[in-house]
Design a binder for this molecule. Structure first.
Ligand code: FE2
Ligand code: FE2
Length: 513
């Protein structure tokens, strides 16, 4: 019998083969405001627990068909998220202890006082609530971390994937689909979907009923529905699998819905709750802004690909912006001023010495300009100090190739520059970073920039020492050829730099000592 149907009330299942006990407990707990159902043995209890979710089970120990201990085992096996309290009429504390070992929250000795039962139930539910809140706090922290990761990524696909993974992980959804509005047509389209590992994908994920969903969004009503009630939000409710829970989160930028995150559970007992929906809403609001930013990049990229006059200049603008960043970065520090430009010039000498094609030379030149772009994210003043870097500072410094790679990655026209940026601190003998590649496994442009970079670092003033004379730098490059540098490139560079210095001297241009 069910007396109360109020949604918020905790649900209690009473399991006892004695009708009197079922009725007494049901009456009293119902008076306390709980939703109570009763069944007569473990088997019936298990069925009921699989049909709908309960907060707490009070079960007798000895019953026909399935007793309390076996029920406890089944609950543990099925990962059913429910507290259990065992009643035992046999009064031995040993059986009670055995029940506690199998996962019971508490026990009640028969004959019991009703107030005692009410008290234990209350205590159990309080305990459960605290545990849930604690869990939600933990989830919130991890959502926060994920949103940080999303915010620092510029590639749309990476962002979408992070969002989908986070959603599957945080609410244990079976499937999730992300829909985005096509800015050109205004239509909403599925952009990416994913299933929980081990969940067999539906032949077709149900599409959203956009009218119904937007009615909810417009009124700012949370969209969380269970079972058959969720069907009205889907344009084609799933027939093959029973939908247990559905939640839809708007992705909004300045009050405009740019997309939606549709989350599905097909697993019995895994109903999403309001706390989880709120968490996804937080994730969604942060994700929306990142998606918008990444799309701005993509637009620039598309413009670049279309190569029409106007758009090309847009892409060119964008490139200039990045170059501007690189310059600003160097200008802010007297020790690095002009470094990238000089590295670029030296790298050009090597490229020409290798008889590269014009297009390749251009890539090398750009790679030289951009090689330290990853330092944008690093507190510079800290690193340009006299004296040695601490291990922490060193570790921070060493992140700049990977940071640079992340900056260049989302921009197709700059992707060719990644090897020079990402691999200019790799060493010929494999002792470099970030990957520890060796010899010809290091991309050629990375090897070229490494030589140019080191030569300029040696021949310009640094916070911790004066510039070294050209001859000293040459001797150092020769000494480190075959250890730190590709020996062939060192040879080419030294030949070309001597020619260059001679040409400059002949032309009366001032060159460093
Ligand atoms: Fe560097
Ligand atoms: Fe550098």
């Amino acid at each position: 019998m069910e007396y109360h149907l109020h949604e918020e009330s905790p649900r209690v299942l009473v399991v006892d083969d004695e009708k009197v006990i079922r009725e007494i407990l049901s009456d009293f707990l119902t008076m306390e405001g709980y939703v109570v159902r009763t069944v007569e043995d473990g088997q019936a209890a298990l069925k009921e627990l699989q049909r709908r979710s309960y907060n707490l089970v009070i079960s007798d120990l000895k019953m026909p068909n399935m007793g309390g201990l076996e029920l406890l085992e089944k609950i543990a096996e099925g990962n059913l998220n429910v507290l259990t309290v065992i009643m035992t009429g046999f009064g031995t504390v040993e059986t009670a202890i055995q029940a506690m070992k199998k996962g019971a929250y508490d026990y009640i000795l028969k004959p019991f006082k009703v107030e005692e039962v009410v008290h234990i139930v209350q205590r159990g539910l309080d305990h459960q609530r605290l545990q849930q809140e604690n869990m939600q706090l933990k989830e919130a922290v991890s959502i926060y971390k994920i949103s940080e990761a999303i915010a620092t990524s510029l590639s749309l696909d990476t962002i979408l994937e992070l969002i989908l993974d986070a959603t599957l992980e945080e609410v244990q959804a079976d499937m999730v689909a992300l829909w985005l509005q096509d800015p050109r047509t205004g239509q909403f389209e599925e952009r990416m979907s994913k299933a929980q590992a081990g969940v067999e994908t539906l032949p077709r994920l149900p599409g959203p009923n956009l009218d119904e969903i937007f009615n909810h969004y417009r009124l700012d009503r949370p969209l969380l529905a269970h079972g058959i009630k969720a069907h009205r939000f889907l344009s084609d409710p799933p027939l093959e699998k029973r939908l247990v829970s559905f939640c839809s989160i708007p992705l909004k930028v300045r009050q405009n819905v740019i997309g939606m995150l549709n989350v599905f559970s097909f697993t019995k007992g895994n109903k999403f709750n309001e706390g989880q929906r709120k968490m996804l809403a937080v994730l969604g609001s942060r994700a929306a802004v990142s998606i918008e930013n990444a799309r701005l990049y993509e637009n620039l990229v598309d413009a670049n690909l279309e190569l029409t006059g106007a758009n090309q200049s847009l892409a060119e603008n964008f490139r200039q912006t990045i170059v501007g960043f690189a310059h600003a970065l160097e200008e802010s520090d007297r020790y690095t001023r002009g470094h990238s430009e000089r590295v670029s010039g030296y790298a050009r000498l090597i490229a020409e010495g290798l008889d590269m094609k014009d297009k390749e030379v251009e890539t090398v030149v750009w790679s030289g300009l951009m090689h330290d772009i990853g330092k944008i994210g690093i507190r510079y003043e800290k690193l340009n100090k006299p004296g040695k870097l601490t291990p922490e500072e060193m570790a921070m410094f060493r992140t700049h190739p990977a940071k640079g790679k992340r900056i260049l990655e989302p921009i197709p026209s700059m992707r060719d520059l990644i090897p020079g940026c990402y691999c200019h601190h790799e060493a010929w003998d494999g002792s470099g970073y970030p990957l520890g590649l060796c010899r010809h496994n290091i991309p050629l442009i990375g090897r070229v920039v490494a030589v140019a970079d080191t030569y300029d670092a040696m021949t310009s003033d640094r916070a911790y020492r004066k510039a070294l004379p050209h001859e000293v730098a040459v001797a150092e490059l020769e000494r480190c050829a075959d250890i730190q540098f590709d020996p062939q490139l060192v040879e080419v560079f030294l030949k070309k730099i001597e020619e260059y210095r001679k040409r400059s001297r002949d032309a009366g241009i001032d060159i460093p000592r």
